[in-house]
Design a protein around this ligand. Structure first.
Ligand code: COA
Length: 698
């Protein structure tokens, strides 16, 4: 027996107009109850002779924010969304959608099917399905082009980005912006429509904007997204569906759209992208924090160190409207840092991604200083000075003296021990790691690192700050490299070993970029600068066991002054920004292999992917077992937002589960036999794989 459907739509009549209020908190997702409730409400409105029109509105914070994503992948339950839309189109009376909050996906498709749409100014409309690995499946790709033309529709559908109400009005997506109360405005609009006896207007009947569309529009669009959408399925199907809208009668177009929709729905990409959606929201939840703990308010900030990282971090605060003082003891470094910030903003303005006024506002919020006394009243200070324990300790001792009581003292260290840094203050409860990723004004990840003594309030504060700065925050425990960089060690090690065993940088990079990484390890190394890693390796050389395998290739490149793109050569040589294979590198690789007695062989792309990616999974399992990451999905989020892991694979831990942890383990065991101790399987991986379980199964 199936559970009875509980309608989640309230029905009322106001001055002869039916008001259907969707009540399905938090975001009024189109669950079965909402779908059934809408049909029931429309039936009632149509049947009641005292009702002249209907308004559909959302209760609570938003109109309908889309399909219920939790129902994705499960057998669909009746009534389906297209049934609801058919019912709207069959209405004998005007139906007005009244929008506030976010009318997204299926919610926007409901609105597009209504005869008219009104919205408050703060409302947003959009079709974000592509971000979840699917396409709009209930007419979005057929109706939107009919309303605004194929080009603008492509922009909205392929990017998935919402349009604010004002823009939607300009485009003709909505018919009116309501200034005061939304329901009053929508009722007034409906009354006018009734009084004027306006013919019911259905988007399905509007063909003017799509008639005679040049097919070249679609070819050009495909070319324009080729790089960004490489490896993805949904963006391409979005274009196919909009193209179908311009070629087929609407009912055939709707069938075509449905076909593409189900193709995407059945793909592993959809599963991965939905995993990423929920994982992102899950990462914000920290188990064990007392219920009554409240984040401190961050209304002012300070950043220590005006280098690339410090400057980028300061920009984050300014972009969020938070005044920030940038401190560097060297006047020269400070001027340079402020200059770089200004240049970065100016580039955004020139590119059109930022308005001049926004730049002026941001620049006004950033003040430079050389004196610690000037920053004492900031709510948070983020230290981004030279990555060396001695320097950090000295700086934190100073901060302890000048910062007001209760200020959060954060360090942007990417590897150093948070507890040791905290111990140089008398307030370790206020000390925490906030690890930004370079370029800090662009990368979305914020890896917060809790020390042994960080207080719940301090933890809550930096997690909330991430949201304020529009970042995705993950909470990590304190260990060498935390979550992200600790996992990266094995990845880079294997990439380098593969060179000696038979591959070349261009082959390794290509294989991993085809896997979906934004950039392979060698191009990435060249871009970041090889000298940084070189310095760290030299510093730690005495700690390396003598019998441990070690690839000297990168060191030798550095010894030749080849630090990467900035010196014109690294693993590659550079013509402008183009990376070209370089015989010098090949010579160094061959010599290194020879010295170590390694016989080079042909290496498959599959082996490259496994050798570089499985260390992420194996180390990830150790990190999970040690409690450095709270959950497997936090590791995925770290890699998706900080390391360019392809979102359509869901992150390394999710990806491994999809392959099957037993299969991953078998391959790791094989590598262990050949390559030795680096491939010791993580106990948690063994335990999960042998029990036939995933990371989260009990
Ligand atoms: N289906 C099911 N649950 C949803 C949902 C959906 N379409 N959209 C949001 N939620 C859930 C979230 O998982 C979260 O649950 P939690 O509190 O248990 O973690 C809760 O609703 C609030 O969402 P959140 O994203 O934290 O709130 P927000 O105010 O920052 O953003 C939205 C709200 C609607 C803009 C955002 O959630 C969103 O973009 N949702 C997806 C919309 C979408 O893609 N629709 C098309 C589906 S085809």
């Amino acid at each position: 027996m199936t559970d009875p459907v509980v309608p989640s739509v309230a029905y009322a009549v106001r001055d002869g107009i039916a008001v259907l209020t969707v009540e399905n908190p938090p975001v009024n997702a189109l669950s079965q109850g909402v779908r059934a409730g809408l049909i029931a409400g429309l039936d009632q409105a149509d049947a009641d002779p005292a009702v002249s029109a209907a308004v559909i509105i959302g209760g609570g914070r938003t109109f309908i924010a889309g399909a219920d994503i939790r129902e994705f992948g499960k057998p669909p339950l009746q009534p389906y969304l297209p049934d609801v839309l058919k019912r709207i189109e069959a209405m004998q009376k005007p139906v007005v959608a009244a929008l506030h909050g976010t009318a997204l996906g299926g919610g926007f498709e409901v609105a597009l099917t209504c005869h008219w749409r009104v919205a408050v100014e703060t409302a947003q409309v959009g079709l974000p399905e592509v971000k979840l690995g699917v396409i709009p499946g209930s007419g979005g790709t057929q109706r939107l082009p009919r309303l605004i033309g194929p080009k603008l529709a492509l922009d909205m559908i392929v990017s998935g980005n919402p349009a604010p109400a004002k823009r939607a009005l300009e485009l003709g997506v909505i018919d009116q912006i309501v200034a005061g109360d939304l329901l009053d405005g929508a009722l007034a609009f409906a009354r006018t429509v009734v009084a004027e006896k306006r013919p019911l207007r259905l988007v399905r009947d509007m063909d003017e904007k799509i008639t005679g569309t040049d097919p070249a529009v679609f070819e050009e669009y495909r070319k324009s997204i080729a790089r960004k959408a490489k490896g993805f399925l949904a963006p391409w199907r979005c274009i196919d569906a909009v193209e179908a809208a311009t070629k087929l009668p609407i009912d055939e177009g709707l069938l075509k759209e449905r076909e593409f929709f189900f193709e995407c729905m059945g793909s592993p990409q959809r599963k991965a992208q939905i995993h990423a959606f929920f994982a992102e929201r899950e990462a914000a939840k920290i188990p064990g924090l007392p219920d009554d703990v409240k984040p401190k308010k961050i209304a002012s900030a300070a950043v220590l160190g005006a280098g690339t990282m410090g400057g980028g971090i300061a920009m984050n605060f300014a972009n969020a409207g938070i005044p920030v003082k940038l401190l560097d003891v060297s006047q020269e470094a400070l001027s340079r840092g402020l200059g770089v910030i200004e240049k970065n903003y100016a580039t955004s303005v020139a590119r059109g991604s930022m308005k001049q006024e926004a730049m002026d506002r941001a620049m006004k919020l950033i003040t430079g200083t050389q004196h610690f006394e000037d920053i004492g009243d900031a709510d948070i200070v983020v230290e981004a000075v030279f990555e060396e324990m001695g320097v950090k300790k000295e700086v934190f001792a100073k901060l302890d003296k000048v910062m007001k009581p209760g200020a959060v003292l954060a360090t942007n260290t990417s590897t150093l021990d948070i507890d040791e840094i905290a111990a140089s203050t008398k307030r370790p409860q206020d000390v925490i790691g906030t690890h930004f990723f370079s370029p800090a004004n662009v990368m979305k990840l914020l890896e917060n690192v809790r020390g042994a003594k960080s207080s719940p309030e301090t933890i809550a504060t930096v997690m909330a700050m991430g949201k304020q700065l529009k970042k995705v925050s993950v909470l990590a425990g304190n260990c060498d490299g935390f979550i992200g960089n600790r996992m990266l060690h094995g990845y880079l090690r294997e990439a380098n070993f593969l060179l000696e065993e038979g591959a070349l940088p261009q082959q390794v990079d290509r294989a991993l970029e085809e896997f979906g990484l934004a950039m392979g390890p060698f191009r990435m190394g060249d871009l970041a600068g090889l000298d940084v890693g070189w310095r760290i390796r030299k510093g730690k050389a005495h700690l390396r066991p003598r019998d441990e395998r070690y690839s000297p290739v990168a060191d030798r490149l550095c010894e030749l002054g080849r630090f990467g793109q900035k010196t014109g050569a690294g693993f590659y040589r550079y013509e402008g920004r183009d990376a070209l294979p370089d015989p010098v590198t090949e010579e160094i690789i061959l010599a290194s292999a020879k010295e170590q007695g390694i016989e080079r062989r042909a290496i498959s792309d599959e082996e490259i992917v496994q050798r570089c990616m499985y260390p992420l999974v194996n180390e990830g399992a150790k990190i999970l077992e040690e409690g450095i990451a709270i959950r497997a999905s936090d590791i995925d989020i770290t890699y998706l937002f900080g390391y360019g892991f392809p979102v359509y694979r869901g992150g390394p831990m999710f990806w491994a589960e999809q392959i099957g942890l037993d299969k991953v383990l078998a391959t790791i065991r094989g590598f262990h036999k050949i390559h030795g101790k680096f491939w010791e399987p993580a106990p948690l991986l063994v335990q999960r794989a042998e029990a036939g379980k995933g990371w989260n199964d009990r």
